[in-house]
Design a protein around this ligand. Structure first.
Ligand code: ATP
Ligand code: MG
Length: 291
């Protein structure tokens, strides 16, 4: 069964039929001069500074930066959970001002409803949109199968491992037929082995569903293995410092991780990130000395 067979009136968005190799004319996502300051007791804290980027349909773009540089803030602004101080977010040319089902969010912390079974967790979004029971069952069956958890559909989240819970979270986000997936260190809490499996699963889902994903990670290997482009942000206030193209296409084999080209890109990203990480440590140590 193809994803298009699942689309019914309940699907408010469709991904269109753009093949992965064909660049779209209009960007799906446009971040236009985003800045964010949080009010604090000691005055405004500048977290994000004049950040602009565009993404095409089916692209996988990662953002890496040192801890606290504002990457979650950036993703939350795109998700409509946080309002920018300046700038705007356009999804398919329409300004984003609040959360919406067309932006599927997956966070590091497991965000499933513990009182709902796996199946009902995945059905949650479609139910909110008024999908009929049969349609909801079809969606849950399809996406739980896609993440290899069909056999666990009547389990509760507490009965699953961390990796399994994140697979349910991905299925839950996909069941809303999002235009874009927003993932904030989704595999950050997983052990290295499970993390690798999850990365391969994400590539597989991308190939099948032609997903578009904005991905936040601090893991350089993960960014290189998954992305078409990587943006390195500066230390806080975060702004985009460099854009690195990752020319491996959507069909990636695990063996890619040991290829010379992979090492070359990884070293380049590491170099860019290292100086920013050093800036954070220097600032923290200077603040510590003053105290
Ligand atoms: N609601 C808030 N009010 C005040 N300051 C905030 C708020 N949310 C975040 N911050 C501050 O903004 C900065 C950036 O936070 P953010 O969570 O975006 O960083 P991050 O890059 O995702 O960090 P990490 O790598 O640790 O996840 C931090 O210094 C944080 O303390
Ligand atoms: Mg964060």
């Amino acid at each position: 069964m193809a994803l298009s067979d699942l689309r019914g009136p309940a699907w408010s968005y469709s991904r269109g039929d753009t093949p992965m190799t064909e660049p779209s004319i209009e960007p799906i996502l446009r971040l236009d001069g985003l800045s964010k300051q949080y009010p604090t007791k000691s005055g405004p804290l500048a977290v994000l500074h004049s950040t602009s980027l565009t993404m095409d349909v089916t692209e996988m773009v990662s953002i890496v930066c040192p801890s606290g540089c504002g990457k979650s803030t950036l993703l939350h602004i795109v998700g409509g959970l946080v309002q920018p101080t300046d700038g705007r977010v356009l999804l398919d040319g329409v300004e984003v001002s609040e959360p919406g089902a067309e932006r599927g969010m997956v966070f590091q912390a497991y965000t499933l409803s513990p009182w709902l079974t796996v199946r009902r967790n995945v059905q949650f979004g479609p139910k909110q949109r008024g999908a009929k029971k049969a349609e909801r069952e079809r969606l849950a069956d399809y996406f739980l199968d896609a993440v290899g958890l069909h056999g666990f559909r009547d389990h509760y989240p507490k009965q699953l491992s961390g990796g399994m819970r994140q697979r349910v979270a991905i299925a839950r986000a996909l069941a809303n037929a999002p235009r874009i997936l927003l993932m904030d260190e989704p595999f950050g809490a997983l052990d290295a082995q499970t993390r690798t499996v999850m990365q391969e699963l994400l590539l597989d889902i991308r190939r099948k569903e032609r997903t578009t994903t904005l991905f936040i990670t601090h893991d350089i290997d993960e960014a290189v293995f998954l992305s078409d482009r990587i943006f390195v942000m500066t230390a806080r206030p975060g702004r985009l410092k460099a854009e690195i193209a990752v020319p491996f296409g959507p069909d990636r084999d695990p063996a890619l991780r040991t290829s010379p080209e992979f090492f070359r890109i990884r070293a380049h990203v590491y170099e860019l990130l290292h100086s920013e990480g050093q800036a954070v440590v220097d600032a923290e140590m200077a603040a510590g000395r003053k105290a």
